[in-house]
Design a protein around this ligand. Structure first.
Ligand SMILES: [Ca+2]
Ligand SMILES: [Ca+2]
Ligand SMILES: [Ca+2]
Length: 163
């Protein structure tokens, strides 16, 4: 367990959490990964990017259909953040989703998050009427992401061996 502060994170790093509304009436929502200063191009020293989403599904356990919202992580190229293409996805039916890109095993794959721009796409295949929202076809989806260096070379920590 680490706190999102300078002593516990390997610079360059960033952390963000918020929520958005997703509906099959209006289509997908894109969320751009941002540095703390608001820029989108991640530094070459960034070695790991992890994104999670969650929504409360009122129809689970009832006779009604639950929502199916999938998550794609897109990679954009050059410092201008162009030519976005899908890098990784979580297509499960789960209401909790996670995708990460890193060059570090044992995590999934060997995709370098550095020197690139990233966006999270929340893609609502179906959002059945929400009984907690006046029957509107929408869900509130919470999301969080962090990215950081993995060289463990900061004078203020974290030390080597800290994952
Ligand atoms: Ca640090
Ligand atoms: Ca560092
Ligand atoms: Ca690095």
């Amino acid at each position: 367990m680490r706190l999102f502060n300078a002593a516990n994170m390997d610079s360059p790093w960033g952390f963000y959490t918020s929520f958005t509304t997703v509906s099959d009436q209006t289509g997908y929502v894109d969320i751009h990964i941002q540095n703390p200063n608001g820029s989108r191009y991640l530094d070459a020293e960034v070695d790991r990017l992890k994104v999670v989403t969650w929504w409360y599904e009122p129809n689970l356990g009832s006779g009604e259909s639950p929502a199916d919202i999938v998550m794609h992580l897109y990679r954009g190229q050059t410092t201008s953040c162009v030519n976005y293409a899908i890098s990784s996805s979580d297509n499960s039916y789960d209401t909790k989703k996670m995708v990460q890109v890193t060059t570090h095993e044992p995590f999934n794959g060997a995709v370098d998050p550095g020197e690139a721009c990233w966006k999270l796409r929340l893609y609502p295949y179906v959002t059945p009427p929400n009984p907690l929202d006046g029957g509107q076809r929408r869900r509130t989806v919470y999301y969080a992401y962090y990215f950081e260096d993995w060289d463990r070379n900061d004078p203020d920590g974290p030390g080597s061996g800290i994952w």
